[in-house]
Design a protein around this ligand. Structure first.
Ligand code: FMN
Length: 481
């Protein structure tokens, strides 16, 4: 069953013992970060700060911050359930028999029930303010000491392609500059930035709406690396198994989730840039100051008693790690459509998703590892992966100790390391210049004679089965455990 809204999810979290209320007064400036960071590092619960100094709205933190809560956010016991469902959908044989055709028809029908639908009103517009409001009414966090100001950290940013009208929803942080303006930190590679560039070419003002809160499946969808013209609200509908209900904004031609907590409506004028940052980022380092578009808020709508959802990013593990891990699992079946040789993928938390990918493949031909590397560097947001490690199928890439052991034994650095030049993540502060740098692929697969390897490849040290069995039998009598 889909959550109606954020508070419905909060009730579920509380009933599951996954939410703690903090009643002591705390400041949105640094203090909420320090408390949340400690809780994240202890793999602790979601936190609802009920007494935020200078504000009446409570602040929700760390709601996605564990595998269990991430699964709960998508209404399942484990994210693998959703991944299995996606795999079944993608790998279904063509319906030949009548039974199969009926089955496929029913499946299509149930999918069509997940299409977004527009409704005429919603709780996110219980209060409508078109003048005399201030963004300072929101308990926006200043997360880290060197941050350039307070940042809205869990926003769903709604825009439309001016040519096709296709909607995009992305999560891009927003620095609050004053009562009615914020930065709009869509990286150059992201879809929001593409819509912005097109508006700049057309010389038109860009309508933007930002929603906070709602069913957590919708918030997750805003972070998912979908292909450019796929509407995130479709993914959200698929995940929650029910349509996302959208309500038309009051002042801009965009629709937003009717059950959101808070909505900011406004526009971005192409050409107007302002210094944004620094900001303590996912990497655990500050992302540097740079010029970004300015979002002018023309209308703020909210529930009568809104909850302000936020997150803090920084040195992993943090809440965003679990959003990223959900993507790793949900997108593996899609990845395998293009790369059927991929067995598994692990984006270790320390690699903050763009720095390191560990991948196992069924190697079928000489140079296969390089084919996978180059393919992945050409695929959507995988282009940012700074280090790609390709292992054979018998390596459990979820076990980083096993990966380090096998990779270091199996590589000849000069032969097996590939460097390429190309786009890198905006957050990569080590690249010689912003957005462009080098990436490294490590081919840790066993080398074949057809790849020019003439020496024998040694077996791993493994005991014979009969000796293992014999020792299993006498083990209890040895008195060693
Ligand atoms: C908490 C959080 C904050 C994020 N902040 C930004 C950001 O400021 N700028 C950005 O370009 N991407 C940011 N991302 C990543 C994007 O949300 C992600 O790449 C998403 O797929 C972009 O959507 P798009 O492909 O529709 O542009 C953030 C992700 C999370 C989970």
């Amino acid at each position: 069953m889909a959550y109606r809204d954020l508070r419905d999810f909060l009730t579920a979290l509380e009933q599951a013992g996954e939410l703690r209320r903090v009643t002591a007064p705390v400041s949105p400036e640094l203090e909420i970060t320090e408390i949340t960071d400690r809780i994240c590092k202890q793999h602790g619960p979601a936190l609802l700060f009920e007494s935020v100094r200078g504000h009446t709205m409570p602040v929700l933190m760390n709601a996605f911050g564990s595998s269990r809560r991430m699964a709960m956010a998508l209404g399942v016991e484990s994210i693998d359930e959703v991944a299995a469902e996606i795999r079944t959908l993608l790998t279904q044989p063509p319906p030949t028999s009548l039974r199969r055709k009926v089955g496929a028809g029913l499946q299509l029908l149930s999918l069509s029930r997940c299409l977004p639908k527009t409704v005429s009103s919603g709780p996110c517009q219980e209060v409508v303010k078109t003048e005399g409001f201030s963004l300072r009414e929101l308990p926006v966090l200043k997360c880290w000491p060197q941050d350039g100001g307070p940042f809205i950290t869990l926003p769903m940013v709604f825009t439309k392609c001016p040519d096709t009208g296709v909607r995009n929803v992305g999560m891009y942080r927003m620095q609050v500059f004053d009562d009615t303006t914020t930065g709009m930190h869509w990286h150059v590679h992201k879809v929001g930035a593409r819509h912005y560039r097109r508006h700049a070419q057309l010389g038109t003002r860009m309508p933007v709406a930002v929603a906070l809160g709602g069913d957590p499946a919708i918030t997750y969808a805003a972070t998912a690396p979908l292909p450019e013209d796929v509407d995130e609200m479709l993914l959200a509908g698929f995940l929650r198994k029910a349509s996302v209900e959208l309500v038309p904004c009051k002042t801009v031609p965009l629709d937003v989730p009717a059950a959101a907590e808070i909505v900011l409506e406004g526009y971005v004028d192409p050409g107007e840039l302002r210094r944004e940052g620094p900001f303590g980022d996912h990497t655990g380092y500050y992302s540097l100051e740079d010029d970004y578009p300015v979002f002018h808020v023309t209308c703020m709508t909210h529930r009568r008693d809104p909850i302000y959802p936020a997150t803090v990013v920084g040195r992993p593990p943090m809440e965003d790690c679990y959003l990223g891990k959900a993507t790793e699992r949900l997108f593996l079946p899609l990845l395998q459509l293009t790369f059927p040789e991929i067995v598994d993928i692990n984006l270790p938390l320390e690699g903050v998703f763009h720095n390191l990918a560990l991948i196992s493949i069924r190697k079928r031909f000489p140079g296969h590892a390089q084919k996978v590397m180059h393919g992945l560097w050409g695929l959507g947001q995988m282009m940012f992966t700074k280090v790609l490690v390709i292992c054979d199928e018998d390596v459990n890439v979820q076990d980083t100790s096993e990966v380090v052991w096998k990779v270091l034994n199996n590589i000849d650095p000069q032969r097996d390391v590939t460097f390429v030049h190309g786009p890198v993540d905006v957050l990569d502060h080590a690249a010689p210049q912003p957005n462009v740098g080098t990436k490294m692929g490590i081919d840790a697969t066993r080398k074949w004679p057809e790849e020019g390897f003439r020496r024998p490849w040694p077996d791993e040290t493994r005991m014979t089965e009969d000796v293992r069995r014999r020792i299993d039998e006498i083990w209890p009598s040895l008195g060693l455990t």
